[in-house]
Ligand binder design. Structure first.
Ligand SMILES: Cc1cc2nc3c(=O)[nH]c(=O)nc-3n(C[C@H](O)[C@H](O)[C@H](O)COP(=O)(O)O)c2cc1C
Length: 181
C-alpha cells in the first residue's frame, strides 16, 4: 500500500499533525510520501492507495496554495479520469484532515473544509475513511485561544491531540488490513 500525506501549514500546527500521520504510517509498514503543497507541486493522486489531504482552516476554507492545487487537479482530472457517478476504485482510500481554532462557532468552522476535501477525494473514486478536525491554537493573538467557543486551546495540537491522531491512523490501518500488501 502506497500512501501520500499532502498538506499545507502556515504556522506549523497542521504540519505537526501531518508528521504524526506520516510517521505512524511508516511504523505500520506503509510506504508513505510526505509533501507540503506548493505552487510547483505536481503529483498524480491516482498513483496512491491511501491519500491524506490536510490544511489549516483559513476563513472556513483551505489555504490559497491548497485551493489552487485542488482546483488545478480537479480541472485536469475532469478532462481525463473523473467519470459521472465517480465509480469507487477498489482499494483506494482517503482521509481529509485540518487544524482549526473554532473561535467563533467551534467545530462547525472546520466541517466545511474537511467536507470540501472529501468531495474532491470522492470525485477521484476514493472511499473517504475519515474527516479529522484537529484543534490548533491561533498564532500570534492570544485572546482567541482563551475566550473562544472551544475554551482554552493554548499549545494545541498538544501531545494528547497528536496521540489521538496516531491512534486514528493505527485504527485506520487495522481497518484496511485486508488491503495491505
Ligand atoms: C488568517 C487566518 C484565518 C483563520 N481562519 C479560521 C477560521 O475561519 N476558523 C477557524 O476555526 N480557525 C481559523 N484560523 C485558525 C487556524 O485554522 C489554526 O490556528 C490552525 O491550527 C493553523 O494551522 P497552521 O499552523 O498549520 O497554519 C485562522 C488562522 C489564520 C491565520
Amino acid at each position: 500500500m502506497k500512501a501520500l500525506v499532502l498538506y499545507d501549514s502556515l504556522g506549523g500546527n497542521t504540519e505537526k499533525v501531518a508528521e504524526r500521520i506520516h510517521s505512524t504510517l511508516g511504523q505500520g509498514g506503509v510506504e508513505s510520501e510526505f509533501v507540503k503543497v506548493s505552487g510547483d507541486t505536481d503529483l498524480d493522486l491516482y498513483d496512491y492507495d491511501l491519500l491524506f489531504l490536510g490544511s489549516p482552516v483559513i476563513a472556513w476554507g483551505p489555504t490559497n496554495t491548497m485551493r489552487d492545487f485542488v482546483m488545478k487537479k480537479l480541472s485536469e482530472y475532469h478532462k481525463t479520469r473523473i467519470q459521472p457517478s465517480a465509480p469507487l476504485r477498489p482499494g483506494k482510500f482517503a482521509v481529509s484532515f485540518c487544524t482549526f481554532s473554532g473561535t467563533h462557532i467551534g467545530e462547525n468552522e472546520a466541517v466545511p473544509l474537511t467536507k470540501w476535501f472529501s468531495s474532491f477525494l470522492g470525485h477521484l473514486g476514493c472511499q473517504v475513511m475519515g474527516e479529522w478536525n484537529i484543534v490548533g491554537e491561533f498564532h500570534k493573538t492570544e485572546e482567541p485561544n482563551i475566550n473562544g467557543r472551544l475554551g482554552d486551546i493554548r499549545g494545541r495540537p498538544n501531545e494528547g491531540d497528536l496521540l489521538d491522531v496516531e491512534n486514528r491512523v493505527k485504527g485506520l490501518l487495522a481497518g484496511l488490513a485486508g488491503w495491505m500488501a
